[in-house]
Design a protein around this ligand. Structure first.
Ligand code: FES
Length: 162
């Protein structure tokens, strides 16, 4: 009982924060992306109800909001794991074998890019250049950056977070 009550309170609080963000950007042109950014920070991802709220608040068609959410890889439609693994698919990383690193990650985690592990520990995303091209191929886990990767290094890296 108590849990349901507090979860609802927590959700209400999140929607209140979102309302403030919407109010702030309502009259500004190009407010959709910053609002979605803030919404993702508040909720951790962008479920349909949040997208509806943003569309209504900014007076935009839901299809436009959904289009933006699905276009940019940094927006997530699903809850994210505790750690987000970002594998860089920028040119330098791609040339240096990032696709093999993606394969190794997918195999090790048992998920595809865009998904999260069932234990809620990891989410796997692709990113654009993270500015560490000299270390290509590169992946990030939260604030940590790992470079000059080979597929063989992946199990050891993941182990540090388990
Ligand atoms: S392309 Fe990957 S860090 Fe620049």
């Amino acid at each position: 009982m108590t849990k349901t009550c507090c979860q609802n309170n927590a959700t209400d609080e999140k929607y209140q924060k979102l309302n403030k963000v919407i109010e702030e950007y309502k009259e500004k042109p190009g407010g959709l992306i910053p609002v979605l950014h803030q919404a993702q920070l508040i909720f951790g991802y962008l479920p349909k109800d949040v997208q509806i709220k943003v569309a209504e608040g900014l007076d935009l068609p839901l299809s436009e909001v959904f289009g933006v959410v699905t276009f940019y890889s940094f927006f997530s439609l699903k809850p994210r794991g505790k750690y987000t693994i970002g594998i860089c698919l920028g040119t330098a990383c791609y040339v240096k074998g990032a696709a093999e690193i993606v394969e190794a990650l997918e195999k090790e985690l048992g998920i595809k890019v865009g998904d999260s592990t069932e234990d809620g520990l990891f989410s796997l995303m692709v990113t654009r250049c993270v500015g560490a091209c000299g270390l290509a191929p590169v992946l990030t886990i939260g604030e940590d950056v790992y470079g000059r990767l080979t597929p063989e290094m992946i199990p050891n890296i993941l182990e540090r977070y388990q």
